[in-house]
Ligand binder design. Structure first.
Ligand code: ADP
Ligand code: MG
Length: 727
């Protein structure tokens, strides 16, 4: 058997799960390595504590004096935990997290040294911005950008480093990261939602968007993963014949977690506890070796940081457990891919979930207000929503028969559909007392009962209401949630702002009561956004046809989908809501297009390399074995040999034909790449998508056919059955 594959399999089969001691309550470990409120109370002066709390709760600025006190306290706390370094921790547009460590250690002359960390170092740092994607905002020669402390996300210790969550912006103020626009979007949705809440409760002072992500992933043995150049370099398999057994028996989902995976999960959860990531759920997913992990939901900015941190921790813990985590949306053809559902809601500082029906008709009217406005926002911006989850890897999921389609629609369940139908018939203008009572009793009053039986969850919907939150399911497993969350919160903010203006206008000019005005506006919104509601099978062909009739977009590929990110409407939206400037929007679009192109380019190169340097030589080797066999048979049987060698002769010619196909298709793919490389961004991305990528399947087809023909002992690449079923 081919050596690398053989060694990897042997190594894997000898592995034992690492024993994890559960000798401490999880709750007692929770947040141990986080500079959270409890720790702050202990380490900060009263002054500094109040200053930081005010910044967290009301967004006020922290002055230098307070910053000095905070940094000194952070340092004391960190040193008490044997920390040596600190870093500004941020999320550049590469998708990964970035950190540059500096030691607290400082010399003070005369051969002496101390540990030092001042307010200045806490508040601001200057990493070289030119080496991060910036979409032309920064030129290398003036590569200046800075990171600035985000006090709303607490500092934490990872390993021996104090990590300070920061934003990353250019010196001219443009965002170079995911966090900055998200914070702006959260701010704007807070303003807009708080204003609308005042119709129902004057005491509401702040509305926060909550996020509960669900992270899906594959766990593959480290040795097996390393034996595959495609997994190593692209995060997915570019070839490999499907395993005889895949997920058809449905025997993995919610099944017993394999022991090595379980010990990995336990170790991971313990790390998460220390870091204050409130992980709660773990289970097997649909595909073999596929799993999911989900936390208790949190305020969105914190939840986004926690997901980014988690992905990093997952890889590190996996390494210790001899696993490789695959976050890719489609690591294996023929079995399910991975997503990252984003559960989203809005909550007031008075403790009300605005997407959860309440106990009184008035609180239910509030629920309906936010519910209908969200639907309208999604309807008005469906293309932008689709664009917010576009990536080369997520293209494999969207539209494939396992994940929400590339068409954005909203599922709300039959009972709420009925409620909206009734609201659609509300009288224009003033309502009669009878109608008001009827609405109160039969529509608005009935919602809590309704939700109890809202169990018919439609798993094919990309955006579903699930009782007390919307679940944005089309988000990919590799995504930074900040991107879709920035878009969602911005469009909802814009919608709520419009709603407020319209309701106020009706109250003033038409002399309507507040609830009458609200009913009137909601009625129009329901009518206007009906086309986005869909309760049927999102995977079906009929839906594609129906959606087209309804005028919904169906942008199947990333280069197509991303256009909505720079439309006039999008730019106007982000500018009006103070979330991103035109320059920032355009820079991001450029980065995303380029990233798409580069990913397909890398995949094309890797596939070409594997096919030419691994598969074809193996095919020739095996063909030579066959040729030797045929010539031996000829020696024995003379001119009768064909009677005994016909199958071998068939194989020899088939192998030649596959080799010929592989080589010629690779050559043509390379030609297309060369052409594409000369084009400007949009055209290059289009060309990679439409002219280069189609060769992947064609080349793969012939490689996979060869896999079925060639002696298993010669085959160099670890096979699907080994990757998916070795535990
Ligand atoms: P599933 O979608 O797998 O059936 P659940 O519906 O139980 O799972 O919940 C999934 C996620 O939704 C969890 O991470 C949970 O924390 C989150 N969630 C629950 N309530 C809210 C909320 N109000 N806002 C945001 N996320 C929420
Ligand atoms: Mg879910």
């Amino acid at each position: 058997m081919s050596t690398l594959r053989f060694q990897a399999l042997r190594e894997t089969l000898n592995r034992k799960p690492i024993k994890i001691k559960e000798n401490k309550r999880r709750s007692s470990m929770y947040g141990e390595n986080v500079f959270n409120k409890t720790t702050m109370r202990q380490y900060l002066t009263k002054d500094a504590y109040i200053g930081v709390m005010d910044a967290i709760e009301h967004g006020s600025k922290i002055n230098r004096r307070i910053a000095d006190q905070v940094s000194s306290a952070m340092k004391d706390w960190a040193l008490s935990k044997n920390v040596t370094h600190y870093t500004h921790w941020f999320q550049p547009l590469t998708g990964a997290t970035a950190e540059k460590h500096d030691a607290f250690f400082e010399t003070i002359g005369d051969g002496m040294a101390i540990e030092k960390f001042g307010g200045g170092q806490l508040v601001q740092q200057e990493p070289d911005a030119s080496s991060f994607p910036n979409g032309g905002i920064r030129n290398t020669f003036e590569a200046r950008g800075y990171t600035a402390w985000d006090p709303t996300s607490p500092a934490f210790i990872y390993g021996t480093t104090l990590c300070i969550p920061t934003i990353f912006v250019s010196y001219t103020g443009e965002a170079l990261d995911y966090k900055t626009p998200l914070l702006r979007a959260l701010n704007t949705v807070d303003d807009a939602a708080t204003a609308v809440c005042k119709y129902f409760d004057k005491n509401v002072k702040k509305v926060s968007a909550s996020l509960g992500w669900e992270q899906e992933y594959f766990l593959i043995d480290k040795a097996l993963a390393s034996s595959r150049p495609d997994i190593l370099l692209t995060g997915r398999t570019l070839l490999g014949h499907s395993s005889a057994k895949g997920q058809q028996l449905d025997d993995h989902y919610f099944g017993t977690i394999p022991s090595r995976a379980l010990s990995y999960m336990s170790a991971l959860e313990k790390e998460c506890m220390l870091l204050g990531i409130p992980v709660k759920t773990r289970h097997n997913e649909v595909a073999p070796n596929q799993f999911e992990l989900a936390p208790i939901y949190e305020e969105s900015n914190l939840a986004v940081d926690h997901n980014s941190l988690l992905m990093d921790v997952m890889e590190k813990v996996a390494d210790r457990h001899n696993f490789k985590v695959l976050f890719h949306e489609k690591p294996f053809a023929g079995v399910n891919g991975s997503g990252k559902h984003n559960n989203w809601s809005l909550a007031t500082d008075t403790g009300v979930n605005l997407l959860s029906p309440g106990k009184t008709p008035m609180s239910n009217l509030q629920f309906l207000t936010f519910f209908v406005n969200t639907i309208k926002a999604v309807y008005e911006n469906e293309e932008l929503i689709r664009a917010s989850i576009a990536s080369a890897s997520n293209d494999h999921r969207l539209g494939a028969n396992e994940a929400p389609p590339a068409i954005i629609s909203v599922f709300i369940g039959s009972q709420l559909t009925k409620a909206l139908k009734e609201l659609e018939n509300v009288t224009h203008g003033k309502l009669s007392p009878e109608e008001k009572t009827d609405l109160k009793l039969n529509v608005v009053g009935k919602i809590p009962d309704v939700l109890l039986d809202n169990t018919d969850r439609n798993r094919t919907s990309p955006f579903a209401f699930t009782g007390n939150k919307f679940e944005f399911r089309a988000v990919g497993s590799t995504a930074n949630c900040a991107n879709p969350m920035t878009v969602l919160n911005t469009i909802v903010a814009k919608q709520l702002k419009e709603f407020k203006i319209e309701v106020d206008k009706l109250i003033e000019s038409k002399d309507l009561k507040k609830d009458e005005a609200i009913f009137n506006v909601l009625r129009e919104y329901i009518k206007a956004s009906k086309n986005i509601l869909f309760e049927g099978n999102g995977y079906g062909e009929e839906w594609e046809k129906e959606a087209k009739k309804r005028g919904l977009s169906n942008n199947k590929t990333t280069p197509e989908a991303l256009k909505a990110r720079v439309s006039k409407k999008t730019i106007a939206l982000f500018e009006e809501m103070n979330v991103m400037s035109k320059i920032e929007v355009e820079a991001r679009h450029e980065i995303e297009l380029e990233e798409y192109t580069l990913r397909i380019q890398i995949e094309g190169r890797v596939l070409g390399d594997i096919a030419k340097n691994h598969i074809v030589p193996t095919a020739i080797k095996y063909q030579n074995v066959l040729i030797k066999n045929v010539s031996g048979l000829k020696d024995i049987f003379g001119k009768d040999f064909k009677k005994y060698a016909s199958e071998q002769l068939n194989l020899i010619t088939e192998i030649s034909s596959h080799i010929e196909n592989i080589n010629s298709k690779i050559d043509r793919m390379i030609e297309e790449r060369k052409k594409a490389n000369k084009m400007d961004r949009q055209k290059a991305a289009d060309a990679y998508c439409n002219n280069v990528k189609p060769y992947f399947d064609e080349i793969r087809y012939h490689c996979d056919k060869l896999e079925l023909m060639i002696d298993d002992e010669l085959w160099p690449l670890t096979k699907y059955r080994e990757l998916l079923f070795t535990k």
